[in-house]
Design a protein around this ligand. Sequence first.
Ligand code: FES
Ligand SMILES: [Fe+2]
Length: 337
Amino acid sequence: MARWFDNENPGLRNFWHPVARVADLDNSRPHAVRLLGVDYTLAQLDGHWALLPETCPHRLAPLTSGTIVGETLQCAYHGWKFDGSGSCVDIPALGSEATIPPTAHLETPAAIEERYGLIWVALDEPLHPIPAVPEWNDDAFGVAVIPAQVWQASAAQMADNFLDVAHFPFTHLGTIGDPEDLEVAPYEVTRDGWSFSSVHHHSSKVLGDATSGETEAFTTFHRTMTFRCDAPHHVRLHIDYGVDGDLVLLFFHQPIDVGHSALYSLALAENIADGRMTAADHIAFQSEVGREDRELLERLATKAVPLEVGVETHTRADRITVELRRLLADIDDLPTG
Ligand code: FES
Ligand SMILES: [Fe+2]
């Protein structure tokens, strides 16, 4: 049987996933989070974000209906209280001398961390770190936060699209695609453990300089694009426009369930820091580029990426996305349980 990689692959438990943008959260109440097809409750307890199961171990009430009381989350049904480590610390019906049943303990993820304005979770011990972004604390770059979106596609399909170097003049004719730049020059892909990278040179349209009074909305640039993919399917794209400064695009994915993924995207740009462009300009432009990809991806017949040669037809222009399939196959090969 052909192997396919979808958003509920068990190997994904061993890697970091973003589950929310901190700025979107109200820390006075619990929030619903869905990851790898399972529902969780995200709450800030004792100053730290904690991911707890959605179901109370007592009578299976939803913990997202609970309330934050002191350093605990209190279930709305019978008032059991849980701390950030998942321990049940109070069963009101049993009084202060209560013996807490061991099965009242909630399972928590192996690791949870805040980075790049996002909350990251690894359900089991992570095999690879959260992707590094060297430009994050670099004053030469300004940050544009693109609002989180949920796409009806798998995270692997979205990464496949963000790594793809042959689709610009077709999918993105309305934005970055240069209709004259069809051929993909030969290129190398370098695998390094649970990541790989690749460098490309090609021409692209970019938004005109807002401060120069140009009447043309776009100008064409020769650009060098350095792609890096970190397992399971996070993409960092560093674009060097030569004369116009650098742009770093980050595509972090949350595999929600088989049919849905959240995209947390950021643009770090030198032309924001030097005042030639605004974060709002970048948000509007990247949202439009993303809309072009999304329209196509959501219409793919499956919500998974095939791992076997023969299901799709690969060419030398697809080396980078073939490497993604190798990385996904290695995740699929991880022992489960
Ligand atoms: S169902 Fe949660 S305390 Fe009873
Ligand atoms: Fe695209």
